[in-house]
Design a protein. Sequence first.
Length: 262
Amino acid sequence: MTEARPSVLGRAARPASRLWTGLLDVVMPQTCVACGRWISGDARQPMCAPCWSALVADASRPYCRRCGRASSPLTCDDHGCGRCRKERFWNTAGMVRIGDYHVQPLQRLITAMKYRGERRALDLLVELLAQRLAQAPWHSEIELLVPVPMHVLRRWQRPCEHAVELARGLGERLGLPVRRAAVRRTRHTASQTGLISRRQRFLNVQGCFGPARRPGVDGKVVCVVDNLVVSGATLHEVAKVLRASGARRIYAAVAARTESRG
């Protein structure tokens, strides 16, 4: 991840710029999108320095390019890490993610987007994930972005359909089409958030996705987009439907990765 480039201002314009920034701070104080701390109006990102540093440090840590787990480069190769090579359910060819969900700035960004519909959080997540995706060696193969669908009952409970919004943002930045209707949610289930074990998570989403009437993925290389991967259960089910609909290869782009217990 690279820091945002500073704005280009001439020397003569700087005093006026500082005055304008000071006025903005009085009228409309800027706050960190992750922790709510006050930040100067001329900050180069909508986060305070401590949160930004923690986010950058986490994003710089190596991870498995197949399952997204934090992992040493010495234990990974093109086929995954020592763990996901033994897990038969990984039916995606590769994954990119911003960082670990347990790192507070990233977790707060995701919850702000997911539960409060915070636009600044969404925009920053899209920007960071777009950087990750553009750096992936398989980026040029992608023909479609497919967001994980949300059931209509869940949509009534949330301010936005976060996977769709992430996919749209990525599509705009990287020039990739979004196929929202490729997969449909056929059954409403309990939220995965309250389920601890991997077994519970897999059973909860088993068979709850199905193909759309016109999936439009036959022979295509697709990238599934979601906010979080924990056990991999949801991603596994969506990828199964896409493969049954004729997708040639499947990748994934998620904002964060963490793990379930058990």
